[in-house]
Design a binder for this molecule. Structure first.
Ligand code: PLP
Length: 666
């Protein structure tokens, strides 16, 4: 087995084109450069393009052409290839780093303004890994502070933001054609711009600062030899002809990774695709979510199995040169550092088949499993998740697996074979509608039981029957629902009287009641969690899923009633954090109840508005008559927030942004 990290895709057309150049006798400053430049400018949609010897050279010339010089400051990202920040220093200016967005790994626009000083002249945005920076807020900031925008689009050829090509937002933009890029010329780069004076200056500077109208005689600037040769340009011309197909194929490979890693979103964070962007996939980078796993050990172990991966990317401010020059330290840009420490690029090139990707994903998860540190001196507590392969259960199982502090058994009813999903976890397919010995033997030595099943009187009765045999049981965590409360104008707290109406909520209350009886009788701990509407990366519809689907499919979303109905929504990762807390916290009273929510409500109309803002898509609305809808209940979650001293990590906007990535893949 051998999977390199990257591989250029060179065909006969490129070979023929290079041979033709070699035989023509014109190896530099010839027609191929002109052809490549003309076609490139046309493809991206700018007036001018100037081919250079590398992306780095292009960035250097863009800085000079923008008039950046000694004493100036340029805002940029620490999460990039080193050349972006270096190019700022080539002209004597200082890169001013701004931390990145934890989802897209691009510069975080919200943190830019605090870094702007009197000396700031420009923002060098880097469209990382093939996906555009969130440009609208950056354009706004640049206008407000009279700053230039220069784009490092080296990794993002043909990527778009809100339908507009990357490279057309700034004064100039630079692309790179190293062999691992979507388009290669061997070595090479391209500066594009709509400004004639920028173009002319770059053309002169790449050619020793020669004046264009004087041919040989005058050197008007201190120039460089940053020319691209004719052979490289000839390769570029051929590669550009197939760029659409190349990108389509890379997107297909990326979507196969997304598919085969989709089940492991609690273990690896897969690339986030912003719904207003077309991603053109320079690399496929995943982030390990268990901070205790040594990423470098994962890379070494994968290499031994013939799978070549690489840290992507180290944070620039922690390179020794930067640390020395600017006294940067660990912790200066925590988001960037966190991604740097735990991310790796997987093999990614045209030619990878689905079976290869399946294989790579399977081995990746196995290797991560083998790198989990055994951090428990004593026997690990046994946690049984009943109904543990659904939306909530699978997230919870991955979180607990990542932590590696418990031995896990997942009881499920689905036919699917889950056994290979989490190495070391026991998956048991059991029909709980029938009381059975198999289930008794699972819970016999369980320390913690988490009940996540759909409400069903027979199932809960059978579970309880078996629990009488669970001698070492410390706690039952039962996932109920906020719907057990009656509709209320105020936030409902655990003190609010319950008032179940429909069958679903009545069964939930029944289950809470008989579990409580069991807990009292057997002197066991019971913790009841009543979550609000949970959403997240699931294809399971629900109102948020339906709104996203409407946005993606351009179909109208139906609002039943006025659209003023207010609900409280909580992102899956926060619910999982809370449930994990509830399993292990030192519960004093026998029976405890907790509401899990954000304590904030939003009405349907505003929810649609927010999703529309995030996706950049106008969502059509259809109005229909009020129907029997779920109740409007807002949770007062202060009890769990206070007790667990946990914060809600994902406010609605952030949670929706994370959710939008899933729909952008579909
Ligand atoms: C973001 C970024 N900037 C600049 C460069 C420099 O390009 P080159 O290697 O062609 O000099 C690269 C190349 O990998 C890059 O990824």
């Amino acid at each position: 087995m051998f999977y390199p990290l990257a591989k250029p895709c060179i065909a006969k057309e490129e070979e023929d084109a290079v041979l033709k150049v070699l035989r023509s006798g014109i190896l530099s400053i010839g027609p191929k450069i002109k052809e490549f430049e003309k076609n490139f400018a046309k493809k991206i949609g700018t007036k001018y393009a100037c081919a250079v010897s590398s992306g780095t050279a292009g960035l250097h010339l863009s800085m000079i052409a923008a008039g950046i010089s000694k004493g100036d400051e340029v805002i940029t990202t620490p999460f990039s290839f080193v050349a972006s920040a270096n190019s700022i220093q080539y002209v004597g200016a200082r890169p001013m780093f701004v931390d990145i967005d934890p989802l897209t790994y691009n510069i975080d626009p919200d943190k830019i303004e605090q870094k702007i000083t009197k000396r700031t002249k420009a923002i060098l945005v880097v469209h990382i890994f093939g996906q555009s920076v969130d440009m609208d807020p950056i354009i706004k900031i640049a206008k407000k502070h009279n700053l230039k925008i220069i784009e490092d689009a080296c990794e993002s050829i043909c990527a778009t933001y809100k339908g507009k090509n990357v490279g057309t937002f700034g004064e100039s933009a630079v692309f790179a054609f190293y062999p691992n890029k979507q388009l290669t010329t061997g070595e090479g780069g391209m500066i594009i711009t709509n400004k004639k004076e920028i173009y002319e200056k770059c053309c002169s500077l790449r050619n020793q600062g020669r004046a264009s109208n004087m041919k040989w005689l005058d050197h008007q600037y201190l120039g460089y030899n940053y020319r691209m040769d004719e052979m490289s340009a000839a390769i570029g011309v051929e590669q550009l002809k197939k760029i659409e197909n190349t990108i389509k194929e890379r997107a297909r490979i990326a979507s196969l990774y997304q598919k085969h890693l989709g089940a492991y979103r609690g273990i690896v964070q897969v690339p986030h695709i912003s719904s207003n962007c077309i991603h053109t996939w320079f690399v496929y980078v995943v982030k390990l979510l268990n901070f205790k796993i040594d990423r470098d050990e994962v890379i070494d172990k994968l290499e031994k199995k013939g799978i070549y991966t690489k840290p992507y990317l180290p944070s620039i401010h922690l390179f020794s040169f930067y640390k020395k020059q600017y006294r940067y330290n660990k912790g200066d840009f925590p988001v960037s550092e966190n991604v740097s420490k735990s991310s790796l690029a997987l093999p990614f090139y045209i030619g990878l088949k689905e079976k290869d990707i399946k294989n790579i994903c399977k081995i990746l998860i196995q290797v991560i499993g083998s790198c989990r540190k055994n951090n428990m001196a004593n026997k690990k507590p046994k946690v049984v998740l009943i109904g543990g392969t659904g939306f909530i259960g699978s997230h919870l199982a991955q979180k607990l697996w990542n932590k590696n502090e418990s031995s896990l058994v997942v009881v499920h009813k689905s036919k699917q074979d889950h056994s290979k999903k989490l190495p070391g976890v026991i998956f048991k397919r059991i029909n709980l509608k029938r009381s059975c010995a198999q289930f008794e033997s699972v819970v016999k030595d369980a320390d913690y039981i988490v009940i996540l099943t759909q409400p069903n009187k027979f199932i809960i009765q059978n579970i309880i029957k078996s629990l009488y045999r669970a001698n070492s049981l410390k706690k039952i965590v039962y996932l109920s629902s906020i719907l057990v409360y009656p509709e209320s104008k105020n936030k409902v707290s655990e003190k609010t009287k319950i008032g179940p109406k429909g069958e679903y909520e009545q069964t939930k209350v029944y289950e809470e009641t008989i579990l409580s009886e069991f807990a009292r009788k057997k002197n066991k701990k019971l913790c009841i969690a009543r979550p609000v509407n949970i959403y997240g990366n699931t294809e399971d519809k629900g109102i948020i899923g339906k709104i996203f689907s409407s946005a993606c499919s351009n179909n109208p979303f139906t609002i039943y009633g006025t659209g003023e109905q207010k609900r409280d929504y909580i992102y899956i990762d926060d619910v999982i954090d809370f449930i994990e807390y509830l399993i292990f916290f030192n519960q004093k009273k026998n029976i405890e109840v907790f509401n899990l929510g954000t304590s904030e409500a939003i009405n349907v109309k505003n929810l649609i508005k927010l999703i529309s803002e995030i996706t950049g898509i106008r969502i059509k609305i259809k109005n229909a008559k009020q129907r029997n809808e779920k109740k409007n209940i807002v949770s007062d979650s202060s009890r769990i927030l206070k007790l667990s001293s946990k914060n809600i990590q994902n406010n609605l906007k952030n949670g929706l942004k994370r959710t939008s990535g899933v729909y952008a893949n579909l």
